[in-house]
Ligand binder design. Structure first.
Ligand SMILES: [Fe+2]
Length: 285
């Protein structure tokens, strides 16, 4: 399996409201992440624009319908469409979530939690291997935000992520906000979660905002990133080094410059964290 680029830099989730600004302004973006499902219908405006973005920026693909945890058969038509889109955009990589999204061919358009058991791991590993063989590349699986847990859980989510990635030779998209959201909702330690994710498997990072309702948090992607999530990002960079990072915003989308400022903040965290690590190394010599 191929080795993916670790120095892709800083990107943004591509959203239609920013199409013109990005095409006309050529902002300081190293890459763009697209939601694969938005570009699966042949022809029309979405693909017209996507071709233009793909000429100017490296593209990574992020999907929400692989349904990797479901007991439905794999959707080969969907996978064929993904394969074609990867080829069309020359995508650097493809990601989806550790979740299930439907049953009996009904897509519920939600990222639903899986029981954290050995049985689930075996099931997901087998399916992931089939998908990767078909696509001819390693998939990144993202840790979801969750709001309920199963009584039958026998593992932590980070252990499940680690075992699946290792057994299937897959990679991880680590969503720092999702770690924070789930840690808050379930009462686990987010730092421990990050420390238990294997370094060599993390290929991409998501940052986002959420909505805090007091005793629970919903992963709404409609707000700025809060300081504790930035702090967790800093710890993540201390632990893993530089990883391609992007901001996800799906609702109440602000002007592009607002998101670029957040991205600048991510860059400064990485720069300072790496400099401090280097200074420590020099002082230890
Ligand atoms: Fe995410």
């Amino acid at each position: 399996m191929q080795v993916l680029q670790k120095n892709l830099g800083f990107g943004l989730g591509l959203r239609t409201v920013h199409y013109q600004t990005i095409l006309e302004g050529e902002p300081a973006l190293d890459w763009l992440e697209i939601i694969s499902e938005n570009y699966l219908v042949p022809g029309g405006k979405p693909l017209y624009y996507l071709d233009r973005f793909a000429e100017q920026y490296p593209i990574v693909m992020h999907g929400v319908s692989m349904n990797i945890g479901s007991i439905d058969p794999l959707d080969w038509n969907y996978l064929k469409q993904l394969k074609n889109l990867m080829k069309r955009t020359n995508a650097k990589w493809l990601s989806d979530h550790l979740c299930w999204t439907g049953i009996q061919q009904q897509n519920m358009h939600d990222l639903l939690p899986l029981p954290l058991t050995e049985e689930m791991i075996m099931h997901v590993v087998n399916r992931l291997k089939c998908v990767q063989d078909y696509l001819g590349c390693r998939i990144l699986l993202e840790n979801p935000s969750t709001y309920v847990a199963f009584a039958c859980d026998t593992l932590s989510e980070q252990s499940a992520m680690r075992i699946i990635a290792e057994e299937a030779d897959a990679l991880i998209l680590l969503d720092i906000n999702n770690v924070y959201v789930s840690a808050f909702n379930h009462g686990f330690d987010p730092l421990k979660y990050i420390q238990e994710i294997p370094k060599n498997r993390v290929q991409q990072i998501h940052l986002a905002g959420h909505s805090n309702y007091g005793d629970y948090i919903i992963d709404t992607h409609d707000a700025t990133i809060i300081d504790p999530v930035w702090a967790l990002y800093e710890t993540t960079i201390q632990h893993f080094g530089q990883i391609p990072t992007m901001i996800e915003r799906d609702d109440k989308i602000p002007p592009l410059e607002t998101l670029l400022l957040e991205l600048e903040h991510a860059k400064s965290i990485v720069k300072n964290t790496l400099r401090q690590a280097q200074e420590k190394e020099v002082a230890a010599c």
